[in-house]
Design a protein around this ligand. Sequence first.
Ligand code: SAM
Ligand code: SF4
Length: 330
Amino acid sequence: MELIDQFLRKINYLRISVTDRCDLRCVYCMKEHMDFLPKHEVLTLEEIERLCDNFISLGVNKIRITGGEPLVRKDITKLINKLNLKKQNTGLKEITLTTNGTLLSKYAKTLKENGIDRINVSLDTINEEKYNKITRFGKLQNVLDGINEAIKNNIKIKINTVVFKNFNEIELTDLINWCNNKNIDLTFIEVMPMDETDMPRNMQFVPLDKTFEKLNKIYKLDKSKYKTGGPAQYYASDCLNIKLGFITPLTNNFCSNCNRVRISSTGKLFMCLGQNDYVDFRDIIRSDRGDAYIKEKIKFALSIKPKRHDFLINSEIKPYIKRHMNVTGG
Ligand code: SAM
Ligand code: SF4
């Protein structure tokens, strides 16, 4: 079984935000004061599992658990354990996680035992003070400890770094060297205009085509065929052991190769990160409708998956996306 959208793109990748809550408040992701959802609005772990079952039986073979911060969700490892068992008798091949890493030292071993072999850790700087500033109150050491614990447990780590104007632009080579010493691939991400934050988006955004040019002069980057299932374009260099990825939703659109959809923690299926349309599954899942109906709705959602996002950042306009990144995860 394959899920094909209206533009004939094969969709085999589901990202699920298991909570909108987070133990950090990264300035480009959230406002300082956020209203989080009451518990009854958030899907239970059983409801998430049922949605996953339907997607898997329609051809999804990769699931990413995200948030908010997925590791703050109580009993999240129980869901991961149940999903992991499905690899034995369904088409599901991989479960991965995107995390800020603050709780990784506590969870790394359990995650590995439950089939998580690769984790994306979001880390925008390796400077303690700057880390504290960008996350509003985070402690860098917690993340570093988490990364070390994950490596100790044979989990492959990739670092994701949002490049933020006048903040980490000038220290990207430090991050590259740090990752290179630890043998961890690194991906740079453009700020996306996901709703408003406390600072206008145009004061945050760095076009990564320009960053690429600068880094290319230093590292002589060679385009790589390496893929991890996401939108990053990877590059190798004779000066580096690691690959450098670039996620460029604004300066180099990648929507023609989109293979994924996202479910929010309340059960809204967003067919495109950069559009507002969604199909709501929570009421369906909480009614006495059966799985056949859920599958029909999933197919319908795919039939209206937008062709592309239209992200635009300038000082004149406010973001047209009316949700922050923690609603759907990265
Ligand atoms: N809390 C987890 C974390 O930080 O990895 C998972 C959720 S977080 C929303 C997922 C990814 O989205 C992170 O790498 C984060 O840096 C990125 N992100 C958040 N807001 C963003 C924005 N407006 N534009 C681009 N990336 C963003
Ligand atoms: Fe939390 Fe991740 Fe958003 Fe930072 S990027 S506030 S860690 S959800």
